[in-house]
Design a binder for this molecule. Structure first.
Ligand SMILES: C[S@@+](CC[C@H](N)C(=O)[O-])C[C@H]1O[C@@H](n2cnc3c(N)ncnc32)[C@H](O)[C@@H]1O
Length: 221
């Protein structure tokens, strides 16, 4: 058997910085601590995030996911996270909104080992999470739920991403898409195929980052 890798330690100052950026309840912080503990343990045997980001994973990944919370209305109950990977932002949001009555999170992740990890965390923490271990294209064909909120982070360029989001968007729902510095160029390219109604919200964790809040989407003629 291959020996487990030695991983860099979590920086407690980074955790404090993340929770200062995006304050959460004590219960949520405890759930996030356990999620991070499981993430680090599993990272020793599989790649759930870029190894260079581990020491700052609280600001880099957890806070980056938590910053979506203020964009989620109090009535939202059904969530779909596309390409969840190690659980960003889907599992983080599930940790934060676990106590919301009727909340249901659907995480779509094609890589079976990552999906197994997401299931393990959800079971350990008793989160209202269903993991769909399949491709987004197959999930969308079946469309087992109608989400109030669809999320995606680091998944695909906007022209592709909007194709994933389109079948899930309703008149009252929206999509929260975390994007980096290329967002303007991606929007220009996407607008050739899509009529997009969206707001751009600056990221609190990255100076070049934006959250694209998509409220309406039609295919351009
Ligand atoms: C770069 S990772 C990002 C993971 C996570 N959202 C994050 O921000 O850390 C993209 C993830 O999406 C998954 N993925 C990519 N294309 C997919 C598809 N068509 N259907 C389902 N999962 C997909 C990959 O397996 C991978 O775990």
């Amino acid at each position: 058997m291959k020996p487990a890798k030695t991983l860099p330690a979590i920086d407690l100052a980074d955790r404090a910085a993340a929770l200062a950026l995006t304050p959460v309840s004590r219960e949520t912080a405890a759930r996030l601590d356990r999620f991070v503990e499981m993430l680090i343990a599993r990272q020793a045997i599989m790649n759930l995030m870029a190894p260079s980001t581990i020491p700052t994973l609280w600001t880099r990944h957890v806070a980056d996911s938590l910053q979506l919370l203020p964009l989620i209305g109090p009535e939202a109950r059904t969530f779909v996270d596309l390409g969840s990977g190690g659980g960003f932002p889907g599992l983080v949001l599930a940790c934060a909104l676990a106590d919301r009555e009727g909340a249901a999170f659907h995480l779509v992740e094609a890589t079976q080992k990552k999906a197994a990890f997401l299931r393990d965390v959800a079971a350990d923490l008793g989160l209202p999470v269903t993991v769909h271990a399949e491709r987004i294209e197959d999930f969308n064909r079946k469309k087992p739920v109608v989400p109030d909120i669809t999320t995606a982070r680091a998944l695909a360029p906007l022209p592709v991403l909007l194709g994933y989001v389109y079948p899930l968007l309703t008149k009252t729902g929206c999509a929260l898409l975390a994007k980096g510095q290329d967002v303007e160029a991606e929007l220009t390219q996407a607008s050739r195929s899509w009529k997009i109604t969206a707001d751009l919200v600056p990221s609190v964790t990255s100076p070049d980052g934006r959250i694209v809040v998509v409220r309406g989407l039609e295919r351009a003629r």
